[in-house]
Design a protein around this ligand. Structure first.
Ligand code: C2E
Ligand code: CA
Ligand code: CA
Length: 813
């Protein structure tokens, strides 16, 4: 008996005597009768204050309310147990009394012990009900807290029941659910229906608790996810039921999905991501981190990734991320080191993760490997600063280096030396052999130049066939030696597409501060010096001298003057006799042009032929000389009819390879009436480099009946063998092989060799520049047929030549 004592009772009885007697009886059993009231209204009004454990209620009472009505009210409002005590037991009263779910019904007058027992039973039952009620309430609260709905499936009836919350979960109705299985399953997404049924069935078989997740329909905006945990129970009545709870897991599913997506992004992203705690110890790293750095995730966990990757500390970054009031974000470029030891540039960004209180919990650091961007940038930089053909620095880069060099020189009070290089006759090669040849030759020239230079020298190609060299050494001797070395090296023929191409160069040297105060002036000075080298006959270098700008101006004057001279007929042709070394008779003349300059008097060709070639005027000039010589010499040749007398005319490479040279010659012969057989054209070795083209032209001239000779033989590098199949009649041995005769054994040997080979190939030989008797005699002994030189006669005007041929005497032996 757990009812507490003394039990407090309320007595509702309108007959005072009965009430008094009852009270006494109850007190005898140890009850405390806290209140005795006479009406239902009184009972209701006092019950809250009295808090009786039980009410003994008469049914027939004074007042508007009878005992049954009062008992119902008490039960609903206060849950206090009521025992009726009445004199009536008619069916009607009994039925009404039943509605108030009384804890007892005693008919008066009743025995004291019977009353006591009924009260005890009622109290015990009430006690039990309270326990059940409380546990029921607890269960409901727990379900509520877990937002779980209770579900019960009865397989036999095939019905589904659920509590209020289940109604809520399914379609937002706060109503208990009780419906046929089909209605219920209709709310499950069609794709999951089979799966739900199978899960429920499986509980019947296995008896184990089963968990099943499914989608519901009815959520308008999104799919809803439910999770049911159910188990089958067999009750005493042998009716099996499946009971469980249902839980809305939509949010959890969405969170899971988001996490899964984040995880995929984390691992699939191209950037390395490493998450650290606030102390910078790595807690996670992604796949790209491993790919980029070479470190596996477990190698970085627990370590500071910046330390591992040797990213140098950056106060700004640290301030941005580690201070409490930090900006929470930092990005910038850093250099890291891969596991392999290789350095890599990376774009690093650091984001701070904070908790609700603003405390830093994690740092998310990403690295994107920007190596390829760097490489591309470097490539662009290289492209912008280098010549695509030769790979040498271009003008832009060179200007920069020159600027630096000048600044350095100024600071250290040193010199800074600059060489300007231009290939001789490159234009001819380019125009006649084609750009592919020209380009390849330039590449080879560039490579050879690089081979000559020291690492500290800078060479650049300015465009065309112009190169500049910035000498690393400030010693003028080094530069002149370098210049000479370049001249010598470039003279050696280049193998280009199976051909052997000869090209020479002219170099100009300028130095800071002597020749110019800045890069521009220095370049101009070197350029001028280069032109001087050209004017001096090419294939050489020249050091800038202050009067050179004057000379450069003169170069312009020459160009313009020549045009004027051609227009005004201010050129003349002189003729230098050629002599048969055996009998010393004149067998021919060489036409040599002269310029009658209005101020400078007679100007010799060496100071204007090169310029005429550079600027292209040579074609016109050559045409003029050929025409003039043929018309002037016609009478002379005709007067000597029957005797051998030929006219030799010089032809420059550019003229020879220029527009339709054969036609030009044919026209001149036609116009002047000069006999082709008496004309000999002198070409140089360089003219023969454009093999195919030259060959056609040579054949064309040969067909006209014009003879061809190779001028200045021995100065180029061609071997006599290239002349073998060409219609060449004569080889002119250059003056440089004669000048030291007879003393020089070397020169003698060279001449012997040239004579021997020429003879074998049926070519005649003419020695140039014979100034002394002994030379003439020796050359004759060596087998040369003809000679030419001041010893015999200087170049002379036509009138003088005519006189000489008519009456004059040449030196005899
Ligand atoms: P080149 O064809 O080798 O002509 C011979 C040059 O040697 C001539 O110089 C001549 O005066 C010079 N000479 C002849 N004998 C001696 C000697 O014993 N000693 C010395 N020191 N020199 C001697 P010039 O007339 O000054 O002509 C120079 C060059 O100009 C010629 O060399 C030729 O390459 C070129 N040239 C002259 N006229 C023409 C022309 O009409 N057209 C072309 N394309 N070039 C020409
Ligand atoms: Ca000549
Ligand atoms: Ca010559």
């Amino acid at each position: 008996m757990s009812a507490r004592l003394p039990v407090n009772l309320m007595l509702v009885e309108d007959e005072r005597i009965v009430a008094f007697d009852l009270k006494r009886q109850l007190q005898r059993f140890g009850y405390h009768v806290g209140a005795v009231v006479a009406s239902g209204e009184q009972a209701i009004s006092r019950i809250a204050a009295e808090k009786p454990d039980l009410v003994l209620m008469d049914i027939h009472l004074d007042g508007r309310m009878d005992g049954i009505e009062a008992a119902i009210e008490i039960r609903v409002r206060h849950q206090t147990p009521v025992v009726f005590l009445t004199a009536y037991a008619e069916d009607d009263t009994l039925r009404r009394a039943l509605d108030s779910r009384p804890f007892g019904y005693l008919v008066k007058p009743c025995d004291g012990r019977e009353l006591h027992a009924t009260i005890q039973m009622a109290l015990a039952r009430h006690e039990d009900e309270l326990v059940v009620e409380r546990s029921e309430e607890r269960l409901q609260l727990a379900l509520d807290a877990g937002s779980l709905g209770v579900l019960e499936w009865n397989p036999e009836e095939n019905r589904l029941r659920g509590d209020l919350r289940l109604g809520m979960l399914f379609g937002s109705r706060l109503l208990p659910l009780d419906e046929p299985w089909d209605t219920f399953i209709g709310r499950v997404d069609a794709a999951d229906r089979e799966h739900v049924r199978a899960a429920l069935d499986s509980t019947l078989v296995g008896g184990e608790a089963v968990q099943v997740e499914f989608r519901t329909i009815g959520h308008p905006s999104q799919v809803g996810y439910m999770e049911a945990r159910v188990k089958a129970y067999s009750s005493v009545t042998a009716i099996r039921r499946v009971v469980g709870v249902l839980h809305d897991v939509t949010q959890r599913r969405l969170d899971d999905e988001r996490l899964r997506q984040s995880s995929v992004v984390f691992h699939a992203t191209a950037d390395a991501i490493v998450i650290t705690d606030a102390e910078r110890r790595a807690v996670a790293a992604n796949t790209a981190f491993t790919r980029i750095t070479g470190y596996a995730e477990d190698e970085v966990i627990g370590l500071d990734p910046n330390f591992l990757l040797r990213v140098s500390p950056d106060p700004e970054r640290d301030a941005a991320c580690l201070q409490p009031d930090a900006a929470d974000f930092w990005h910038g470029e850093v250099r890291g080191q891969r596991k392999s030891g290789e350095q890599f540039p990376a774009w690093q960004s650091v984001s701070v993760v904070r908790d609700a209180d603003g405390k830093t919990t994690h740092l998310v650091t990403t690295f994107s490997d920007v190596t390829s961007i760097h490489e591309a940038r470097q490539q662009l930089h290289h492209l912008a600063h280098h010549d695509p053909l030769t790979g040498l620095p271009n003008r832009l880069l060179f200007d920069d280096r020159l600027q630096n060099a000048i600044e350095n020189a100024r600071r250290n009070e040193q010199r800074c030396l600059l060489l300007f290089l231009d290939l001789d006759g490159f234009k001819v090669i380019n125009d006649t052999l084609g750009h592919a040849f020209g380009d390849e030759l330039l590449r080879r020239v560039a490579a050879r130049l690089q081979g000559v230079l020291r690492a500290s020298d800078t060479i650049a190609r300015l465009g065309g066939d112009e190169f500049v060299i910035l000498a690393g050494s400030a010693n003028p001797d080094y530069v002149t030696q370098l210049a000479q070395k370049i001249v010598d090296q470039l003279r050696v023929p280049f193998p280009v597409f199976g051909e052997s191409l000869s090209v020479t160069c002219s170099l100009g040297i300028a130095m800071f501060p002597d020749s110019g105060a800045d890069g521009q002036q220095l370049l101009r000075a070197a350029d001028m010096a280069m032109y001087t080298a050209k004017a001096e006959g090419r294939n050489r270098y020249h050091v800038y001298a202050p009067d050179m700008s004057e000379r450069a101006n003169r170069r312009m004057d020459v160009e313009q003057g020549l045009r004027r001279a051609l227009a005004t007929d201010s050129l003349v042709v002189h003729y230098q006799p050629r002599v048969d070394l055996a009998d010393r008779r004149i067998v021919g003349v060489e036409a040599l042009v002269r310029w009658l300059h209005p101020e400078r008097g007679m100007v010799l060709p060496d100071s204007f032929i090169a310029i005429a070639e550079e600027c292209g005027i040579i074609e016109q000039l050559g045409h003029w000389v050929l025409h003039r010589a043929c018309s002037e010499m016609l009478a002379v040749v005709e007067a000597k009819a029957g005797e051998r007398l030929h006219l030799a005319v010089n032809v420059s490479a550019r003229q020879f390879l220029g527009v339709d040279f054969v036609a030009v010659v044919a026209a001149v012969l036609e116009e002047t009436g000069f006999p082709a057989a008496a004309l000999e054209l002198e070409i140089t070795e360089s003219t023969l480099q454009a093999t195919e083209r030259s060959r056609l032209i040579l054949d064309g001239l040969d067909a006209l009946g014009v003879a061809l000779s190779i001028d200045d033989f021995g100065t180029g590098y061609s071997s006599l063998s290239i002349l073998r199949d060409l219609p060449i009649k004569r080889v002119k041995i250059d003056r440089s092989f004669v000048v030291d005769l007879p003393a020089s054994e070397n020169q003698r040997a060279v001449i012997e060799a040239i004579v021997a080979v020429s003879r074998a190939m049926h070519m005649a030989t003419t020695a140039e520049g014979i100034e002394r008797q002994e030379q003439a005699d020796l050359l004759q002994r060596l087998g040369c047929q003809e000679g030419q030189g001041f010893f015999f006669a200087r170049p002379m005007p036509l009138a003088e030549l005519s006189h000489l041929l008519g009456h004059g005497e040449l030196p005899k032996r």
